[in-house]
Design a protein around this ligand. Sequence first.
Ligand code: GDP
Length: 412
Amino acid sequence: VQDSSSPSARAPITRKKIHGHVGFSNLPNQIRRKSVKDGFQLTVMVVGESGLGKSTMINTLFDSPIYAPREPLHPAADRPKTIAIESTQAVIEENGVRLRLTVVDTPGFGDFVNNAPSCNPILENIEQRFDAYLSQEHRVRRANLVDTRIHACIYFIQPTGHALKQIDIEFMRHLHHRVNLIPVIAKADTMNDDEIADFKERILSDLEFNGIQIFQAPMYEDDDEESLAEADEIARAIPFAVVGATQRVRTRDGRKVRGRAYPWGVVEVDNPAHCDFGKLRQMLVRTNLEDLREYTNEVLFERWRTEKLLAMGYTQDASVFAEFDPAERLQEDRIVHEAKLAKLEASMKEVFREKVEIQERKLKQSEVELYGRHKEIKDQLNKQWEELVKKKAQLEGAMSSPDASRKKTFRG
Ligand code: GDP
C-alpha cells in the first residue's frame, strides 16, 4: 500500500491488525456512537533523536508490536544523509470499536552533524498531507475523504535534565503552527522525581521564551467535575515524563506489570506514581482524540489553507476563507481573465482596422494623384505630338514649293 500523501510515497506502509487494550472504546458515548460504524482514525507522528525510545513508546502506547526493534546505528557506520519518513498503519479493535492508527516515523532526525535541514522534510510532509486533503475536498464527489493529516506530533526530548537543546527549539519553532505538538521527556526512568519536576519547569519556560505553542487540551465548562479534574491533571503533567516498555516483569509484591526492572525495583509503565505514560495515552486516544482531530482540521489546516491562498495572491479578508472554495475562485478568475483578453483582442482588431483603412485611403489618394499626373503627362505628350505633326505638315508643304525652296537655299 502506498501513502500518496507522503513525500516518501515510496516508503512501504505496513498494515497490522492487532487486538489490544488501549482505552479508546471508553470514549464518551456520543462520540463513540458516531464513530462505531466508521471507526476512529488517528495519525500520529513521532520525532526525536535515534535511541530515545520512540518505537518502544509506540508499541507501549498501543500495546502491540507495531514497530519491530530497530538495530541501533553503529558509531562507525555512515550516518544517513536524509530523513526517511515512514508510515505504519495498524487497525486496533477494542470492544467492537475500531481505531485506524497511522504512525509516521522520522528516522534520521537529529543524526546529522548539522541538524538545520532536519525540520524541512518533516514540515514538507505535514504540508503535503494538507495538500492531499485539500485536493480531495475539491473533488466533486467528496464522500469518503481520506484524512492522512497528522493529528499529533509526539516530540521526544532527551532526558538531560538541563534545558531544551537547540535542535528541540528549532524543530518545535518550525512546526508548532502546523501540528499539535506533544512534547515528552523520553526515558524518564533515568531521572528521579525532583530532577523530572525541575526539568519540566525548565522545558516549559524554554517553550514560553521561544514562543512555542504546544497542544493545549480544551476545557469544557459543561464537563462534570471528575472529567474537569482529570483534564486538569493531564494538562499539568505536560511535558509528559514517559517510560516505554512492552515486556512484562514481576514486581516485588508479585504483580506482573509492563515495566523496566532495576536492581532497586521495577519502574511501572502504567503506574501514574512512576511516570506520565498513562496520561499521554489518555490524552491521545481517550480524552483528547477528537480535540486533536478538530484542532487539526479547524485551526491548523485552515491556517495553512489561508496562508497558501494569501501566498497565491488572494488578499481577501481571511475570515471568508472558511466558506471559500479556491477551485471556484480560480474558475471565476479564469473567466474574468478570458473576458479581459477578449476585450484586449477586440480593441487591437479595431486599431488594426483603422490603420488599414487609413493606409488604403492614402493608397487610393496616391492612385488618383498618379492617375491625374499620368493623364496630364499624356495630354501634354499628345499636344506636343499634334504640334509636331502640324509642324511637319507645314515643313513638307514648304519644301514642296520651289520659291520656298530657293529662298530657303538662299537664306541658307
Ligand atoms: P528509537 O530509535 O527512538 O525508536 O528508540 P527505540 O525504541 O528503538 O529504543 C532504543 C533503546 O532504548 C532500546 O534499547 C530500548 O529498549 C530503550 N528504551 C526505550 N524506551 C526506554 C525507556 O523508557 N527507558 C529506558 N531506560 N530505556 C528505553
